[in-house]
Every structure is written in structure tokens, then in C-alpha cells.
Design a protein around this ligand. Sequence first.
Ligand code: C2O
Ligand code: CU
Length: 474
Amino acid sequence: MKSSLLLSLRLSLCCSLSLLIAQTSHSEETLPVDNEAVVKQLQQEFQGSYPETAPPSNKVHSRELVAAEAEWGILPPYQTSVWAYNGKIAPVIRINLGETLKLTLHNKLPQATTIHWHGVRLPNAMDGVPGVTQSAIEPSASFTYEFTPKDAGTFWFHPHANSPEQIERGLQGILIVENPDEPKYSQDLAWIVDDWLLEKGAKIHDRFVTGHDLMHDGRWGNVVTVNGLYRPSIPVKPGERIRIRMVNSANGRVFAPAVEEIEAKIIAVDGLPARQPIPLQNFYLAPGNRIDLDLTIPKNAAGKTFAVLDNFGKKANTLAMLQVEDTTAVTTPTFKPTQAMHFPDWQSANDAPVTHEFMLNAMRGGEHGITWTIDDHSGHDTIALELQAQSFYRLRFTNRSYRLHPMHLHGQFFQVIAVDGRPVREGFWRDTVLIGPKQSVDIGLVPIDKGLWALHCHILEHAEAGMMSTIRVQ
Ligand code: C2O
Ligand code: CU
């Protein structure tokens, strides 16, 4: 098995050479368009897409979070020793838009940690990236994060230090920023979807960042859970309209969520409302991605069970069961789901020049034996790109390897505008986009928030072995 993996890696290395040659001869072409005018137009269309500041409120939510070892029943009757925030897998913090979160993290772990607020637009110093925005919080030390999120939506928080081990052991939670003006669902559920690599007795396999993980798409577990529970039953009532906020917190696994027999719509992606609801169908929820689903339990479904599935692999995984109570139906709330307040058309996005093409690849060597690279560099000590706030950029990710790379940009949202050169209109913003084997993806981005922001693959082993860089927004 090992040798064939090595072979595919080697293949990807030599293929990248021929690609390089092909690319140079192509890059000569000049576009018969006025670049400056196109970019200006795109910038104008962007105006008003998302708020530059949150509506001020004077409320401060003070929280204490202790990161420490805990016991958790992933597969009862077994108890698994995990690392958790306040002893809980997938704790949820809810605040209202405009409110300030002031959260002190106490590190009771045997190693240094931080918290990154994935997808939240916040001051750069609160972004939680050791060596980039703060120093790591040493064992027994504390650190206070304080910020006012600018967007309402579903966000994720997790360590950004030794992530392949810390996130895998269970450190992760959901931050929900609610907009009090939004209509209320019958139930508003927050689900962290994850997988665990468990051994006999439900013990966490404790070798991390292995050569196997690095040659593949990171560490894929053998037990898939929702909020740290294997196939939980979620009680619902007939007629209820439910919002499910789903976060993929796996180290490497991609999910393709589906709900049995019930039509579900995606109303938000990576926190922000979509232009309009999108039927849930083959959506690849890569590590770091979130989707908010809107679904209604049929009025005549009393006593029934609906499975929520993951159809990414050949064999479906059951994520959870929606267990409909045997009661009379409740009144279904009727309202239009929240939509993006403004969504740019960006028809001419693919006429803009590509400002930068990020080359994603691997090479042999380095601390782990394999190094994953962005533009032939590894690690965030290099700044890949300098950008001006409020300007439109078209950027390209080109995957020269045969592995998956969900690329995540901190502090910004972007739109996918082309895949393999073909224009694409997804109708929503993202902070993480999955780049398939040998695929190239173009994004349109208007950076708003200034600072030094991490850009990395969210397959945690790939990031740990080098697929990590930064972008400076000025
Ligand atoms: Cu979800 Cu750099 O992280
Ligand atoms: Cu990757």
C-alpha cells in the first residue's frame, strides 16, 4: 500500500513540472479588456455586500473557558478521554449581533494553545494564530479574547496550535451570532460534525500527523459523530421548521450532508446568508465549511424517523436521526429565510486579471518526511501576498497534487468565480473552498479587514506539514 502512495506523490511531483512548462507558454496572452475599468466595476458592485462594522450595543458577554482533559461518552458505555472546553465537546456560545464577546481561555492542557475564531471578522490581534497574531498560551497561562463580530451567522472556534492533535482530541465549539431581527425557527440546532479515529475500548489513536495522514487527505476517523455523539437521536415535532447549523470540524474528512425524505435548503454558507436558498444536493462540506439548513418536518410524520446522512463516500454514513415525537403537529412558522443583504453580480469577474496564482504541492523532506507547500514555501513565516483593502482581486488556487486541499483564508470572505477555467456562480460567500486533485479554482475577493491573515489548507496535517501562509491586507 505504502509504495503506491509514494508513487502517486512522486507522480504528482513530476506532473507538476510539465504543467509548469505548459503554463508559461500560456501566460503570455493579453486580454483585450481594460483591466482597470473591469476591476473598478467589480469593486462598485461589491459595495454594501457586508457590514464594515457591527451595529454597536453596549452589552459584553463575559465567558471563561477552560481547556483541559475530560471524559466523554462518544460510544457509550465507553468513556473516552478527550480534550475539551469546559468538559464538553462542541459547546455553543450564542451572542447577539453588536454584542462583544470577552472570553478568557485558561490553558490546563499539557501543551500551548490558542483559540482561532474561524470565519469571524474581528480585529487581527484576536485571530488566535500563534506566531502571526499572538504568542501561544502556555500551559497554566490564560488569555482574554475580546471582539465584536461584524456578521451574524454560524462560526466555529478551535485551537490554532498543534491543531492536528488538539482539534482531533475534541477542542472545538460553535459561536453563533444571532441577528435579533431574523425570524425564529421552531428549533435552532448547532451541530459539529466530526470523525474520530478510535481504537479498542474507544480510546483515541494517539499517533498524530503520520506519514499515512500526510500522503492522503489527512487523518480520517472510523467513528462519525454529531456534537461528539455517535448517531444521536434528535427529538423534533411534526410541523416544526428547523434550522440546522452544521460545522465540519474533521481533520480531513469531507461530508456531503443529506436529509432522508425531507427537502432541505441551504440558507447560509460559511456563516453568511446566501443570495437565495439553495436545495441541499451534493454540497461538499469540507473541513472548515459551515452550512445552515432550513427544513420542515412533515405534519403527518408523527412517530417517524428521518436519517441525516453523509453521502460523500461510496457508503453513506448516518450522522444523526431526527426522531419525530408521536404528538399532534405544531404550527409551522412561515417566513422568508434571511438572504444576503446585497450580493454582487460580478458577471465580468473572469475578465479581471489573475493577481496571483497559488501553487499547491508537496515535496519530499522536512520534519515529517513530506512537506506540503504553497508556492514552493512552507509555513507562515512567509507572506504570500500583499493586498489593498477595498480593492477587487481575482486569485487562483492551482492544485498540482492528487490530494484534496480545502483552502481557508482568515478574516475575509470570497466567491468562487471559476473552476478549471469555467465560470461558476455559487450564489454565496465562503471562507473555505475545496480544491480537488489537479483542479484550479479562481476566487473573487474584496478584502475589508486589515492585518496579517493566515491562509492555509484546512486538512490539519497538510497545514502542519507546511501548507500554511499569510496574506497582508493594508
Ligand atoms: Cu479553522 Cu486557520 O482555521
Ligand atoms: Cu491540503
